[in-house]
Structure formats: C-alpha cells, structure tokens
Design a protein around this ligand. Sequence first.
Ligand SMILES: NC(=O)c1ccc[n+]([C@@H]2O[C@H](COP(=O)([O-])OP(=O)(O)OC[C@H]3O[C@@H](n4cnc5c(N)ncnc54)[C@H](O)[C@@H]3O)[C@@H](O)[C@H]2O)c1
Length: 272
Amino acid sequence: MSNQLLKGKKGIIFGALDENSIAWKVAERCYEEGAQFILTNAPIALRMGGIQQLAERTGAELFPCDVTVEDDMNALIDKAIELYGKVDFILHSVGMSLNIRKKKPYTGLNYDFMHKTLDISAISLHRLLQTCYAKDAIREWGSVVCLTYIAAQRVFPDYSEMAESKALLESITRSFGYHYGMFRKVRVNSISQSPTMTTAGSGVGGFDAFLDFAEKMSPLGNADALSCADYCVTMFSDLTRMVTMQNLYHDGGYSNMGVSEIVMSKFGDPNS
Ligand SMILES: NC(=O)c1ccc[n+]([C@@H]2O[C@H](COP(=O)([O-])OP(=O)(O)OC[C@H]3O[C@@H](n4cnc5c(N)ncnc54)[C@H](O)[C@@H]3O)[C@@H](O)[C@H]2O)c1
C-alpha cells in the first residue's frame, strides 16, 4: 500500500545486507512511498550480491561505506550532495559485535574487539551526523533514524557489549539531536525494535527462545521488520516533524510489561 508519503524525498539507507535485514524492508517501503535513495553498506557486504538486485528494483544508487572509515563517510556524503543537493532522510541500521561473534563472554571481553564494536555500532552515528553537519548535507526538517534495542535500559545477558553500544547510540541520538535541531531543524530519533530474525539478531545467543519469550510478553506480539519499516517511513515523512531526540519503542508493548499471563502460565497453574 502506498500513500506517497515520501514523494520527492531523497535519502541514504545504511545496512541492507539481505532480504531479512530491517534496512532492506525500509528500502522497499521508501521506494513504494515515492523516495529516491542511496543504498550503502560495507564494501564486503556490497560484494555479496543481493543488494545489487535491491538497488535495481528500487532505482537506488549503490555506494560503499565502511562506517568506521572517515574517508568512506566523506565520500558517501559527497556523493549524496552530488546526486541530490541535500538529503531529507537517513536510516542508520548498522550493528555488529566482535565479542559476540568470537563467542567471548561478557565477563571476559576482548577490549580491542569492544572498541571496534562501539565504533561500528554507535560512534558511526556520530561520524555520520558530524560529516553531514560539516557539509550541511541534510535539508531543513530532515529526519535521521537509527535502530536500537531495549538492552540499553534493561539487562539481557546474551546481548553482551551490544547493550553498551546501544546506550551510547541512544545518547548520541539525543546529543546530536539537540545540535542538529538548533542548526537546521533536523530531527534525530532512535527506534527500539522487537527482536527480529536477521543476521545481526540471530548472532545473539539463544535467539529463538528469546524471540518466543518476547512474543509471549508483548500484548501485540513482536513487531516484525516490515512494520518497523512502516514506522521508519512515518518518521521520515512530514507527519512527524516535531518528534526529535526520542527513543521510540516499536515492540508491541513489550517495554511496558512486567509479566504476561502467558509467560506466568509456564511457571505453574495461575488458578491453583
Ligand atoms: N534484529 C534484531 O533483533 C534487532 C532488534 C533491535 C535493533 N536491531 C538493530 O537493527 C539494526 C539492523 O540490524 P538487522 O537486525 O537488520 O541485521 P543485519 O545484519 O541485516 O544488519 C546489520 C548491518 O550492519 C552492517 N555493517 C556491519 N559492519 C559495518 C561497517 N563497518 N560499515 C557499514 N555497515 C556495517 C552489515 O553489513 C549489515 O548490513 C542494527 O543496529 C541492530 O542492532 C536489531
């Protein structure tokens, strides 16, 4: 269904890796809503192929950018300026934990890995915003969205160092949201998404059981990637102009739950 909510808008979408990626669905929905955009990912991810087809289908430009490399970020934003003058929206959908990938426990982290994790998953948002700010690359009332997870606020043991990454990401969202709001009325928000079966998501230990738990805790069930994409579209549209510096829960109600009857029922008969 298209309402042309993003007609004429130009953007940059980070993080579409395969068809399960949240960014992949965001790209498809932004295209349906009339936007034009650059799809970007780390050079190695671009070589994997799938994203080329997504670019063809959505009429997008493909441009490589490792978010930890300043020259890459500069080149990407220069490309966006060359194509569009300025952009209206940016999706930061990037995350990776080296310690989780190397199966290091939280109580035995490798700090070189941790630095890299923070750089990829959180500091990259600052690098992106600072580069755009310096080049004045985002149009007035533009919208930047990044994706986060409730482990920034609560303990989820298997989420490990990604909890610190998300806490930092949300802090950068608020802090740069202030500066970019004052500078060009640009809004910056994080969307705190339900657990979702993607490459990044499934890297977290015990993910299947965890997905099931969250589903049973949430009155609306888990929000899937497509509904997250719909939410991103509204955040990029002109209908949410006064929302900034917020962490927006998109989780079927999970974040306000203590416990649900379905979960309680696993621990004995609630009527006995
Ligand atoms: N899947 C979930 O359960 C879930 C829940 C809440 C939030 N999120 C967040 O959503 C975002 C997108 O993740 P996803 O679940 O769609 O998984 P995904 O694995 O499809 O996306 C992660 C992306 O980050 C990219 N990336 C990694 N290192 C990079 C680098 N150095 N430079 C540029 N790009 C790099 C990957 O190539 C990939 O495209 C992440 O921030 C993730 O933490 C995911």
